[in-house]
Design a protein around this ligand. Structure first.
Ligand SMILES: Nc1ncnc2c1ncn2[C@@H]1O[C@H](COP(=O)(O)OP(=O)(O)O)[C@@H](O)[C@H]1O
Ligand SMILES: [Mg+2]
Length: 410
């Protein structure tokens, strides 16, 4: 059996779409708690189904998960409740006016209105090189999903705010900045995320206090609006993807779950027992939980197959990292590999991630970078990582970028 299945106590296989099977399994193992990680099962209603047979689940119900599964629903929700943060946008159900609106915006982004595994959004100037090409792409999306969103292209620095909530109480996680591009210097195609960092003060050095407050307030107001609109409490994580611009914070999108890699930055800092936290969230008792993250910085670095994000030949064996489990400041998280009696082999996806923890990002960087380099050296030509994630150079560039945008607006 592939992946890490044989490390599990019990493994069940079946279709993820088969909710009845999931319910039967939950009953059979007498589950105390289900933690629903990915967006697909949330959008399919796993939380509702498990709840109906008495199993508490960490994650929003199907209705509430629309905040991620429909980007237009999320934008409209903000508008209906007067919550700031939306860029200029329009949702199209036919191609009427599509071209005119694109021309009016000049620089824009085309977004399918559904889950696309992070592969649907196309940015004018990056993926789309002419209005004709953009119209063609938007029409293809319309044909497939009957809805397409076109929005103003924002310029700024992206960051993520994950807020854990039971619908009433909120716990904001430290802010994180992810690096989506495959290669150093933010070059190459987008990936699932090559690495990310967080600061010991839980903010990011290119943000002003007002930006942090605004992002937190937007998440809080959205949680409140969601609960009021659906008459159901939002329980789980609300992940806001934001862009700090020269004129304040804008919302890029919402996810209804922890981010990958962002979860790897924040969860090792959690002072509370994670399972207790999830249980309390699913029961609406988050107020009783001691909420604290250690005031430390993190740098997460994914190690990926050499050809990633392109396909790799299957079955390439790798020497595994030698992380001393007692080493508090370095963590290793396995990802998309297969393990069998002979060891570990690569797939075409990200192999695993190191997380360095330190009193400063500079310290955390050294810990994560050293570990990633060592693993690369033990597997020459097989794996690689981004050396620049969390480096002082990159962070200085982010700060300079924001300063220039603020100067231009000020
Ligand atoms: N309005 C926008 N302006 C500029 N860039 C954007 C905008 N919307 C999305 N992007 C870029 O596209 C990426 C993916 O878009 P997002 O809405 O997060 O969709 P998904 O994560 O589902 O692919 C973002 O991380 C950001 O880099
Ligand atoms: Mg996104």
């Amino acid at each position: 059996m592939p992946g890490w299945a044989h490390r599990c106590e019990q493994v069940f296989t079946g279709s993820l779409a088969d909710i009845e099977l999931v319910k039967r399994i939950a009953m059979q193992v007498q589950a105390d708690l289900a933690i629903i990680g990915p967006e697909g099962p949330l959008a399919a209603g796993y939380v509702d189904a498990l709840g109906s047979c008495g199993v508490p689940a960490f994650g929003p119900s199907r209705k509430l998960a629309q905040i991620e599964s429909s980007k237009s629903w999320a934008r409209h929700l903000l508008d209906r409740h007067g919550i700031p943060g939306n860029p200029e946008y329009r949702v199209f159900e036919t191609n009427h006016d599509l071209q005119r609106y694109m021309e009016e915006l000049g620089s824009f982004v085309v977004k399918p209105d559904g889950l696309t595994g992070g592969k649907g959004v196309q940015v004018f100037g990056e993926h789309l090189h002419s209005i004709d090409e953009a119209v063609e792409y938007a029409e293809a999306v319309l044909h497939k999903l009957q809805k397409v969103q076109v929005e103003e292209r924002l310029e700024g620095e992206e960051f993520s705010l994950q807020t854990i909530t039971d619908g009433e109480t909120v716990i904001h996680c430290p802010l994180v900045q992810d690096h989506k591009r495959a290669f150093d210097g933010d070059q190459g195609p987008n990936t699932g995320g090559m690495g990310s960092y967080s600061f010991a003060d839980f903010s990011l050095p290119f943000l002003e206090k007002a930006d942090v407050n605004q992002a937190q307030l937007i998440n809080e107001r959205v949680i409140d609006a969601l609960s009021r609109e659906t008459a159901e409490p939002y329980r789980g994580v609300l992940y806001g993807g934001f862009m700090a611009t020269g004129s304040g914070v804008r919302l890029i999108e919402y996810n209804a779950r922890f981010g990958d890699p962002e979860a790897l930055n924040v969860l090792p800092l959690l002072d509370t027992d994670f399972v207790e936290l999830c249980l309390a969230t699913s029961r609406g008792e988050l107020a009783r939980v001691d909420r604290a993250f250690a005031s430390r910085a993190t740098v997460c670095k994914y190690v990926v197959p050499a050809a990633y994000p392109d396909a790799s030949p299957p079955g390439v064996r790798i020497a595994t990292p030698s992380v001393d489990a007692g080493l508090e400041d370095l963590r290793w998280f396995w990802a998309a590999c297969n393990e069998d009696d002979e060891g570990v082999s690569l797939t075409s996806s990200r192999s695993g991630a190191f997380v360095g923890i330190g009193d400063s990002v500079a310290e955390a960087y050294v810990v994560a970078e050293r570990a990633a380099v060592e693993l690369e050296q033990r597997n020459p030509g097989k794996v690689r990582h981004r050396a620049d994630v969390g480096s002082s150079d990159v962070i200085a560039k982010r700060i300079a970028h924001m300063n220039s945008l603020r100067g231009a607006c000020g």
